[in-house]
Design a protein around this ligand. Structure first.
Ligand code: HEC
Ligand code: HEC
Length: 461
């Protein structure tokens, strides 16, 4: 990737008014100081501060001309256009003032502090909705990252830069890892910019975005658990497209507040009836079969923070293996890794907390399994399946818990890809790099009755 096009990958629009205040050392959401920090973080993340615009404001209105369905007129029917825009790209209404833009898009910072053009922010991937309610921190399982980046660029009269890796082959999964690696490869150890990328040998796959409400329980973060969850600087990687080391240093206190906000988030509660007797039976199954890795829930709940070796977990290894030693060494040589270096040992995947698990289908780090039932009975997992058209409850399966899906044949997948690459991204193909649905067979030996009890219990988390 050439330095000139790196600006497109400036992912995150938040800078602005740095309220510099010391946060509590451990960053956990306790006490008034933490609540104040979390509130400052909420404001910084959702309301204030922008990077420079990446696209013109007109790109938003012109994008509709590129769709295969006719779009409502953005001037005569702005609300209809906004809804169609969200639907097309898999975005969600912002539950905070955002100039009429969906979560994940925002105005950029123009000359003299004016709000102008368009920029992306964290909520592109970390802002989702379910049953018509938007949540900051729910992974966006609808996002078509490729379409957003490419079509806004084309709508601006520019050519989309050629991708050297798969941004997203289906809705929901995204290659945030390669974007971050590409940005870091254009910096030296002192974070001064480079014209030519360092060859870091990274080959990360696309992934599902994890919910932010897990962060408060974690000692280590990311799917492979190799980064200390107290690291503030790791959350600043997407700023590398624009910010100098001095600017990053000035923003660190803001990101400490953002982290306090992320740690204050709670999962949404399951909104449908739960059979409490069945859930109580399921809890016993859970504590026998699952708790040693996933912890216990409710008052006094514990989280063991275990990282499970690849040969034990058996899920797709690409994410764990793809983080190259050279990338880790380079990251650790910079300001980003100076306090909390990435662990140089590669183990496997961290068993995540399961709070709010009902709301975060599809499952596993790569979103390769559409429901909890399929996760707990590996022989029933579909090889190719449809992603839902929206996150309305009409598409939600309260029995198997997750999104309703249709299994798709190899022929249908190939024909759809031929006809419309955009439509093909509504289909998940677990044969793709990084998207295998194998492994995690810990539910296979349960009886169907125990499995259904367990699923009823998982709804309560
Ligand atoms: C392009 C999509 C995308 C954007 C934009 C994005 N993230 Fe993420 N985020 C991800 C994905 C995917 C992961 C999982 C990465 C992994 O573990 O390899 C992740 C992981 C995380 C985690 C770790 C969560 C955990 O439980 O381990 C945090 C914290 C986080 N992101 C914060 C942010 C912040 C803050 C921003 C904005 C500055 C941001 N992200 C922007 C996609 C994104
Ligand atoms: C040996 C440790 C271990 C045991 C036992 C275990 N899991 Fe897991 N589980 C993991 C790991 C590691 C992952 C992440 C794997 C990945 O994403 O590739 C995971 C992932 C999951 C996920 C997907 C999480 C998400 O956000 O997509 C669910 C749900 C889950 N486990 C439920 C269970 C249940 C229910 C049981 C008991 C039947 C169980 N697990 C037993 C280690 C374990």
């Amino acid at each position: 990737m050439r330095a000139r096009t790196a600006g497109l990958w400036v992912m995150v629009g938040m800078a602005g008014a740095a309220v510099v205040q010391a946060a509590d050392r451990d960053g956990s959401p306790r006490g008034a100081a933490d609540r104040a920090a979390a509130e400052r973080g909420r404001v910084a993340l959702t309301l204030t501060g922008f990077l420079k615009p990446e696209w013109s404001a007109a790109a938003y209105r012109r994008a509709g001309r590129l769709w295969d369905q006719p779009a409502p007129d953005p001037d005569r029917d702005p609300a209809g256009y906004a809804a169609a825009f969200r639907h097309h790209y898999g975005l969600h209404p912002a539950p905070y003032p955002n100039d009429g833009l969906p979560m994940g898009l925002r105005r950029g910072l123009g000359p003299g502090g004016t709000k102008t053009g368009l920029q992306l922010d964290c909520m592109l991937c970390h802002g989702g909705s379910i049953g018509g309610t938007s949540y900051v921190g729910l992974g966006n399982t609808q996002l078509d990252l490729k379409a957003v980046l490419h079509e806004l660029t084309i709508a601006d009269g520019r050519r989309a830069p050629p991708s050297t890796f798969v941004l997203s082959s289906s809705r929901g999964t995204n290659n945030a890892g390669m974007v971050a690696a590409a940005l870091l490869s254009l910096r030296n150890s002192d974070l001064s910019p480079r014209l030519f990328p360092l060859p870091l040998g990274v080959n990360l796959p696309e992934m599902d975005t994890p919910p932010w409400w897990h962060l408060k329980r974690k000692a280590t973060m990311y799917y492979d658990g190799r980064t200390d969850a107290r690291s503030v600087r790791t959350n600043m990687q997407f700023l590398l497209g624009e910010k100098s080391l001095e600017q990053l240093k000035a923003l660190e206190p803001v990101f400490r507040d953002v982290q306090a906000f992320l740690k204050s988030l709670e999962p949404p509660r399951y909104p449908f009836p739960i059979d409490t007797a069945q859930a109580a039976r399921g809890q016993a199954v859970f504590e026998r079969t699952c708790a040693r890795c996933h912890g216990t829930y409710g008052p006094g709940g514990t989280y063991p923070n275990k990282i499970i070796p690849l040969d034990v977990i058996g899920t797709d290894p690409a994410r764990s293996l793809g983080l190259s030693d050279r990338l880790v060494a380079h990251y650790n040589s910079t300001w980003l890794g100076a306090i909390h270096p990435v662990n140089t040992e590669r183990i496997g995947y961290q068993a995540p907390p399961l709070d709010g698990i009902w709301a975060t289908a599809p499952y596993l780090h790569n979103g390769s399994v559409p429901t909890l039932h399929a996760l707990l009975k590996s022989s029933s997992r579909p090889q190719r399946f449809t992603r839902p058209p929206s996150t309305d409850f009409a598409h939600y399966d309260t029995i198997h818990v997750g999104w309703k899906f249709r299994e798709v044949s190899a022929e249908e997948l190939a024909a759809t890809a031929q006809r419309s690459p955009f439509q093909a991204r509504f289909l998940v193909d677990t044969a793709r790099f990084g998207l295998s649905n194998r492994g995690h067979t810990f539910g296979d030996r349960l009886s169907e009755e125990q499995r259904m009890d367990l699923i009823e219990y998982l709804k309560t988390l």
